[in-house]
Design a protein around this ligand. Structure first.
Ligand code: ADQ
Length: 739
C-alpha cells in the first residue's frame, strides 16, 4: 500500500453550517486551507483537525458528520465549548498570536489555562496517530499545534514528521517572555523538519533553542533526542495560475470595468485583510488621512477601499479593535468627505474570490501594511491578479512577504508619515517604473507557487535517504539492548570502561558540582565486586576530583584522559606517559585572556592539558568567543602539534599522545582475552570506541555523531541498564553456585 501524507491542522479545510441535525460542508477560504487543498486533492492524504464546531453534538449527529468528513478524507477531532475557549481562543489566539507578532500589550494579564492547550494537542496527536500506518508522513501546521510533533514522536517514534509555522517566529527575547517557552520549543523538536517563511524566523528559532534549551544548531540542523532535526526556510506561495485564470474571466473583467467606472477619475487604493490587530489597519487609515490633509486636491483624486473580513470576533481584543478601526474610518471620512462621497469605503464582509480578484485588478495601489505577518498572501494575490502588468504594491517591511518582494515600495508601518509618503509616491509613480517593478514581482510569484512550496517542503522532509538519524537508534532500553545485557551478563570476565561526566552523571553547571549520587557509587562498587569483572572509570577529570568522588569504590581510575592512572584504592597515582608541557604557557595565556573577557567562562588547568569551560556563559557570546578562541589558538596548536578538542561546553587543548584510545590499548594489552564494554558521551570517548577490539561493545550516551554500536538517551538510562546487567549476572552466578 502506498505511503500517505497525514496533514494535521487546527481546523479542517471546510466550514460546517448546521441546521438542526443537518450539516452542510463548505470549503473554507483561509490561506492555509487554500494552499494545502491542492496537496490534499492530488496526493494520497488524510487531513486531521478540529471540526470547527464548538458545541456538543448528539452521538448520531456526530456519526453523520464524521461520515460526511470521511468522504473527503477528513478526520475530525471534536472539542467541547470549554476546550475551544481555552485552547483556541484563550491560549492560541489570546497568548501565542499576539506574542509571536510582538504585540505584548494585547496579551491578557491572566493567562488562560496552559493545561488545556496541552490536552487538546494530545487529543489531536492521538487522533493523528490512530491514522498512522508504517511509511506514512505527518505534516503538522501552525501555532495552535506546537506540541504535536513531540506528542506524535512519543506515539509513533519512527514516523517522519514535518512542522510548518505560518506566523512569525519572534526574536528569542520575545520567546523568553512566555512561561511555557521550553515546553513549546521541545514540542516542536519532535519534528524531523521545522519550516518557517523567512530566513529571519529560522534564525530566531535557532537562537531560541540555543539560548533556552542549550542546543547548538549548525548549518540549520541540530541534534535532539538522538535524531537530526532540520530547520528550513520555505516561503509559502499561492496558486498563481488560479488567480491568473480568474483575473481573465469575462465576468471578473466586467466587474473590474464596473468598479473603475464607479471610481471615475479617482485613483483607487485597496486594503484587504482579516480584521486583525496585526494587520496595521489603523495606522494605514491614519496615513491615508495624512495624505488627504497634506494637499486638499487629493480629496477629489483618491479613494481607499478597505475590506475587512470578520475574524475571531468572539474575542474581546478583536471587538475592541473593530471599534477602533470603525472610529478612525468615521473620523477620516468626517474630516475629509465631500458631498460627492467619503474617501474611505469600509466593508466588514467576506468576499468571494471573484469579487476579490476584481478589486485587485481595479486597484491602482495595494496597501499591505501589517505590523507583523508570517507571510501575507494578499500581497501575492494582488500581484498574481495583475495580468495587465500594472499596479503598485506598498508593503510593510514586517511582513514575511517583504523578504521576497523587494520591488514593492517597502515601508515601516509604524512610521505613519513615511507610509503617507509611500502612498503618495505609489500614486505618482511613472507607469514605466510601475511595470518594471510589477514584472519582477509577478515572475517570482508565478514561480514560487503554493504547489512548489509544498513540494519543496516535503522534498526536504523526505530527504534522499529517509529520516535523518545517526548511529543505531536505541534510546529506550529496547529489545536489542536487553539481548545485549543478557549476552554480557554471561561473561565470566569483563572490563567495563566508563566515562564519568555525561555518562555516569549528568552535566552540572560547574565542574565541581558533578559529584556522583550514592546510587552511582554503590552501582560501581557492586559491578566491580562481580567476580571476574573490572570497572575502569576513564575520565578527562583531574586526579583530585576522581579521588574525592570515587575513593570508596574499587574502580580502576584513569584521570586526564589517561595521563594518570590509579590501579587500585590506596595506591598512588602514576603518570602513564612522558609528554612535553612547555606549550602550556602560551595556551594558558590565550585562554586566560578569553576567560577574563567572558563572564561565566573559566579555565581549568590539568597536568598535561588546559580546558576552557563555557557552560555558564551566555550562549550567544559563547558562540562568538568559540570562533575567536579557536582562531587565536590555531597557530599554537599547529606549530606544537597539539590537539584541540570540543567537548560538551568545553574546549580542551592537549598533547595528542594523551587520549582515551591509549587507555583501551593498555587495558587490552594487559588482558587480551577479556572483552571490553566502553561507554561514553563525547568526542574524547570516540577515541575509546575506535580502539575497542572486535568482540567488544561500544555505547554512546546522548546525541551526536558516533561510531558506537549502541546508543542510550542519558546517564539515567545507562544506570538502569547497568543495574539490569548486574542483576542478571548475579542471578546467573547464584544459579551456578547452587549444588
Ligand atoms: P492570515 O493571517 O489569514 O494567514 P494572509 O496570508 O493574508 O493572512 O491570508 C489571508 C487570506 O484570506 C488570503 O487568501 C485572502 O485572500 C483572504 N481574505 C482576506 N480578506 C478576505 C475577505 N474579506 N474575503 C475573502 N477572503 C479574504 C496566516 C498568517 C500569514 C500567512 C498565512 C499563510 O498570518 O502571515 O501568510 O497564514 O501561511
Amino acid at each position: 500500500m502506498a505511503n500517505r501524507l497525514l496533514i494535521v491542522t487546527n481546523r479542517l479545510p471546510v466550514s460546517v453550517q448546521r441546521d438542526e441535525d443537518d450539516f452542510t460542508l463548505r470549503e473554507s477560504s483561509g490561506g492555509l486551507a487554500t494552499g494545502l487543498r491542492g496537496v490534499h486533492a492530488a496526493e494520497d492524504t488524510i487531513w486531521i483537525g478540529w471540526s470547527g464546531i464548538g458545541e456538543r453534538l448528539s452521538r448520531s449527529a456526530r456519526q453523520r458528520l464524521d461520515a460526511d468528513f470521511a468522504e473527503r478524507r477528513l478526520v475530525a477531532v471534536h472539542l467541547s465549548k470549554q476546550e475551544v475557549r481555552q485552547y483556541y481562543e484563550g491560549f492560541s489566539n489570546g497568548v501565542i498570536w499576539p506574542l509571536f507578532h510582538y504585540l505584548l500589550d494585547r496579551m491578557p494579564l491572566q493567562a488562560p489555562t496552559w493545561s488545556v492547550y496541552q490536552a487538546v494537542n494530545e487529543k489531536i496527536a492521538d487522533a493523528a496517530a490512530r491514522q498512522y500506518r508504517p511509511g506514512d508522513t505527518f505534516w503538522v501546521h501552525d501555532y495552535q499545534l506546537m506540541l504535536v510533533p513531540t506528542l506524535l514522536r512519543q506515539r509513533v517514534p519512527d514516523a517522519r514528521i514535518g512542522f510548518f509555522l505560518h506566523i512569525p517566529f519572534p526574536s528569542a527575547e520575545i520567546v523568553r517572555l512566555l512561561p511555557w517557552r521550553e515546553d513549546l520549543l521541545r514540542g516542536l523538536l519532535g519534528a524531523d523538519l521545522i519550516g518557517f517563511h523567512t530566513p529571519g524566523f529560522v534564525r530566531h528559532f535557532e537562537t531560541s533553542v540555543r539560548l533556552l534549551i542549550g542546543l547548538q544548531p549548525l548549518h540549520d540542523e541540530l541534534q535532539w533526542d538522538g535524531r537530526r532535526v532540520k530547520v528550513g526556510c520555505h516561503p509559502m506561495g499561492i496558486d498563481a495560475a488560479e488567480f491568473d485564470r480568474l483575473a481573465g474571466r469575462p465576468d471578473v473583467e466586467a466587474e473590474v470595468a464596473r468598479i473603475r467606472a464607479e471610481v471615475g477619475r479617482r485613483s483607487l487604493l485597496l486594503g484587504v485583510d482579516r480584521l486583525d490587530y496585526t494587520k496595521g489597519i489603523p495606522r494605514r487609515l491614519l496615513a491615508f488621512g495624512e495624505l488627504l490633509a497634506s494637499d486638499p486636491s487629493w480629496r477629489e483624486r483618491v479613494r481607499l477601499v478597505q475590506i475587512a473580513s470578520p475574524s475571531r470576533d468572539r474575542l474581546e481584543p478583536y471587538q475592541a479593535f473593530r471599534r477602533q478601526v470603525e472610529e478612525i474610518v468615521s473620523s477620516v471620512n468626517g474630516r475629509f468627505g465631500t458631498v460627492d462621497g467619503a474617501p474611505i469605503h469600509y466593508l466588514y464582509q467576506n468576499l468571494t474570490r471573484e469579487e476579490l480578484v476584481a478589486l485587485y485588478r481595479a486597484a491602482d495601489v495595494m496597501l499591505v501594511t501589517p505590523l507583523r505577518d508570517g507571510m501575507n498572501l494578499v500581497a501575492k494575490e494582488y500581484v498574481a491578479s495583475r495580468i495587465d502588468g500594472d499596479g503598485c504594491l506598498v508593503l510593510s517591511e514586517f511582513a514575511g512577504a517583504a523578504a521576497e518582494m523587494g520591488e514593492a515600495l517597502i515601508v515601516n508601518p509604524y512610521d505613519v508619515p513615511a507610509t503617507a509618503q509611500a502612498i503618495r509616491r505609489a500614486l505618482d509613480m511613472d507607469p514605466a517604473e510601475r511595470r518594471v517593478r510589477m514584472r519582477a514581482l509577478r515572475q517570482r510569484v508565478q514561480r514560487n507557487t503554493v504547489q512548489r512550496w509544498a513540494e519543496e517542503f516535503l522534498g526536504d522532509l523526505m530527504g534522499d535517504d529517509g529520516p535523518a538519524r545517526d548511529g543505531t537508534f536505541l534510546w529506550s532500553p529496547g529489545s536489542d539492548m536487553r539481548r545485549l545485557v543478557e549476552r554480557l551478563s554471561r561473561l565470566d570476565r569483563l572490563n567495563l570502561l566508563l566515562d564519568y561526566d555525561g555518562t555516569l552523571v549528568p552535566f552540572a553547571s560547574t565542574p565541581e558540582l558533578a559529584a556522583p549520587g550514592a546510587g552511582v557509587v554503590e552501582l560501581i562498587t557492586r559491578l566491580a565486586g562481580q567476580p571476574g569483572w573490572r570497572v575502569h572509570v576513564v575520565s578527562g577529570r583531574p586526579r583530585a576530583s576522581l579521588d574525592a568522588w570515587l575513593e570508596p569504590t574499587p574502580a580502576v581510575l584513569w584521570a586526564e584522559h589517561g595521563y594518570w592512572h590509579r590501579r587500585a584504592p590506596g595506591l598512588e597515582w602514576a603518570s602513564t606517559v612522558d609528554v612535553n608541557r612547555e606549550w602550556m604557557t602560551a595556551v594558558r595565556a590565550v585562554m586566560t585572556r578569553f576567560a577574563d573577557r567572558s563572564p561565566g567562562a573559566m579555565l581549568e588547568e590539568k597536568t598535561a592539558s588546559l580546558a576552557w569551560h563555557y557552560r555558564m556563559l551566555d550562549r550567544e557570546l559563547a558562540a562568538t568567543r568559540l570562533v575567536q578562541i579557536r582562531q587565536a589558538l590555531a597557530p599554537l596548536v599547529a606549530s606544537e602539534q597539539l590537539e584541540m578538542l570540543e567537548g560538551n561546553c568545553v574546549l580542551e587543548v592537549r598533547h595528542p599522545v594523551v587520549n582515551k584510545g591509549r587507555v583501551v590499548q593498555e587495558i587490552v594489552r594487559q588482558e587480551p582475552d577479556v572483552p571490553v564494554l566502553a561507554v561514553g558521551d563525547d568526542r574524547t570517548d570516540e577515541d575509546m570506541f575506535a580502539a575497542v577490539p572486535p568482540g567488544g561493545v561500544t555505547v554512546r550516551i546522548g546525541a551526536g555523531v558516533t561510531t558506537a554500536a549502541y546508543r542510550l538517551r542519558d546517564p539515567e538510562a545507562l544506570f538502569e541498564i547497568l543495574q539490569e546487567l548486574l542483576a542478571a549476572a548475579r542471578a546467573l552466578h547464584r544459579e551456578e553456585r547452587r549444588p
